[in-house]
Design a protein around this ligand. Sequence first.
Ligand code: NDP
Length: 445
Amino acid sequence: MKILQKVLDDCKKRNPNEPEFHQAVTEVLESLEPVAEKHPEWVEAGIFDRIVEPERQIMFRVAWIDDNNKVQVNRGYRVQFNSAIGPYKGGLRFHPSVNLGIIKFLGFEQILKNSLTGLPIGGAKGGSDFDPKGKSDAEVMRFCQSFMTELYRHIGEDTDVPAGDIGVGGREIGYLYGQYKRIRNNFTGVLTGKGIPWGGSLARKEATGYGLCYFMDAAMKDAGSSFDGKTVIVSGSGNVAIYAAEKATELGGKVVAMSDSNGYVYDKNGIDLDLVKQLKEVERKRIKEYVNVHKDAEYKEGCKGIWTIPCDIALPCATQNEIDEGSAKILVANGCKAVGEGANMPSTPEAIAVYQENGLLFGPAKAANAGGVATSALEMCQNSMRYAWTFEEVDAKLKQIMVDIYHNASKAAEAYGHKGDLVMGANIAGFEKVAQSMYDQGIAY
Ligand code: NDP
């Protein structure tokens, strides 16, 4: 890197001890170097320096009372990263690993991802180090109410519209929305991922996983291939994983393994998704219970081992950095031909290098998993119209958006002389629109 090295160095210096944020910024800036060469006016206007600095970072105390009447304290975050093309938009993550650096990496990625959808939404992310696992519904409700009692003043349907992410599903969105409405006394689309009777969009729950498969399907078709008859591995067993597995199966693939943060199941007959949904969505149990029903399936402790199972297509849908260089090499050695990222940044930079060196078809997260936020934007649209589309209408729009994202990323890569490099293509296609908007809107003195 010549032009953008200083931007990266300054960013790392200003944000010490935030390795995930450094990783995300490094990957993006490396692929934007040719854009900086082409647009000296953007360099001059400090677009690159500005885009790596959040517009606003909010951190707050979340105190709540557990079922034993003990006071618990967590930390809440909302990073409003960029509003150049629309109101801030991005999920809330509740997981013990959450810290400012992780929220910033996710918020930064969200800027370009949201831009790629072609819809008018800026980038943000938030969450807390609260762990909903093992908590009672009443504890989760009290936590969510306390969290929203601070967050409400920073969000609004034209300002910032949060959604779900790891640990924040329909139950949490419900408690958060109830508290927002109580405090503000208005019924607006301030959160997405809402329940269908109270403003939610049909197909939102399915959108990230379905969208991932629509994206990969478009990319594979372009390369003369498809899901049909392929063996597929999906890591995770949460929202993204379940619906990625469902659509991959519908498109003719055979999903043979899924996981959670404790371990993975391998079912050579094909994963029984109804059982996974029952265990994970209804009973909130561990994936290992799967083998109690399907005796010939295998359960192994530890989640990394899932990548040692031979497959044609790998869909990592759990969490960041879940495929490292070693796992990527095993995937390649076992004949894997395509990797589509459902989770955010699930492959380390070294793993991505392995995919690229071996000519795998690689769908990077910010393009391949943009279907969730795209459908969230469709939920906002329906809320503004006070109208609801059918499942088929939303699904058709989602599919079109994902196919367009693939073609836009692919075209951008080709235009800059890197045909087939969807990492570069997605970063450039997402960035150009935001950069031009920031440029047009000037610098605040
Ligand atoms: P969920 O909480 O519904 O599911 C997460 C899944 O990943 C669970 O099976 C969980 O297992 C597993 N998991 C979490 N942390 C780890 C870990 N450290 N190691 C191994 N497995 C882990 O979250 P989502 O499905 O919503 O999100 C999954 C990924 O997709 C995240 O990266 C998220 O940012 C991304 N994403 C989500 C979108 C959405 O619409 N929901 C949109 C775009 C991206 P366990 O139950 O044991 O915790």
